[in-house]
Design a protein around this ligand. Structure first.
Ligand SMILES: C[S@@+](CC[C@H](N)C(=O)[O-])C[C@H]1O[C@@H](n2cnc3c(N)ncnc32)[C@H](O)[C@@H]1O
Length: 279
């Protein structure tokens, strides 16, 4: 029932505008090009050497209009990584269609061949992906090197599905594979959306997990936690001027109040069997 409410929220024209590149704002463009890029590259460098050199299979869950995945796919080639396949999933068919349109306008034909967007729920990634891609669950297990989700896992916490999401990510990743989760920090005092939601929604519909709560399901299913911290002072929806001011203020804010930054970041790695057996 709660999921239906969230789905309705993410099936509107306004959601398409907010989560596609041309209309999303300067803040997200800056984050993709700088702060998120640095997080993703550092996480990819935490892959075992042999895994990192392979052609990568990447998955973004709760991808919305696909901004992160599309940017990452084109950026990785410039950074010397090979991408074999990049898959974006979301439970909103409207956003999946928008992401498919975005892929056609932002990627070259070669990149377009590798990218695919399909409908899947975060809490049932393995089963839904298996149905969408027409591949068995067994074939999908241990097949991705990198899985990430931005501003989406909080919905799993709101519906009590966070453990199922973490489990599916664990199953989909190769041994040594890495996952990145970025989401709203419950300690940032002035999210406009959080203030608005508090006035109009039930508590469980606007609940924001703490950093420890974001990390806990990943630890519980067996991941090694590589990073668990707060970061970033740039609002996704900021215009040019606010982005500029927030960039200038960021180093000072980091020094004085890092735990109050806008986002929570959790980076985790699935144990690498060869390494853990001392080979
Ligand atoms: C705040 S938007 C973020 C979109 C995108 N990750 C971005 O950063 O631009 C949250 C996204 O999570 C998706 N979402 C929420 N609950 C979901 C669920 N249970 N399964 C799959 N997607 C979900 C929504 O449809 C929406 O696209």
């Amino acid at each position: 029932m709660k999921n239906e409410k969230f789905l309705a929220e993410y099936s509107s024209e306004a959601a398409v505008k907010k989560y596609t590149r041309a209309t999303a704002g300067s803040g997200i463009a800056y984050l993709l090009e700088h702060e998120y890029k640095a997080v993703y590259l550092a996480a990819l460098h935490a892959l075992p050497d042999a895994t990192r050199r392979q052609p990568l299979q990447i998955l973004e869950f709760g991808c919305g209009g696909g901004m992160n995945l599309l940017h990452l796919t084109s950026m990785l080639e410039h950074e010397g990584f090979k991408v074999e396949a990049a898959i974006g999933t979301d439970f909103s068919p409207v956003l999946i269609e928008a992401a498919q349109r975005e892929a056609r306008s932002y990627l070259n034909p070669d990149q377009q061949e590798k990218v695919r967007f399909c409908a899947a729920r975060n809490e049932a990634l393995l089963t839904d992906l298996s149905a969408e891609l027409d591949r068995s669950s067994a074939a999908l297990r241990s097949s991705f090197q990198f899985i990430f989700g931005v501003n989406t896992i909080r919905y799993c916490h709101r519906t009590g599905e966070q453990l199922n999401c973490a489990k599916a990510i664990f199953e989909l990743l190769v041994p040594g594979g890495v996952s990145v989760v970025i989401d709203m920090n419950n300690r940032f005092p002035v999210f406009r959306s959080a203030i608005r939601d508090r006035m109009h929604k039930n508590k469980e519909e606007y609940y924001l997990p703490s950093l420890n709560e974001y990390a806990a399901p990943f630890a519980q299913v067996g991941f090694e936690i590589l990073r668990k911290e707060h970061f970033s002072w740039i609002p996704h929806s900021a215009g040019l001027e606010l982005t500029r001011v927030a960039r200038i203020a960021s180093p000072l804010l980091d020094r004085c109040a890092k735990s109050r930054a806008m986002r929570s970041l959790v980076v985790v790695r699935k144990p690498d069997v060869a390494v853990s057996q001392g080979r």
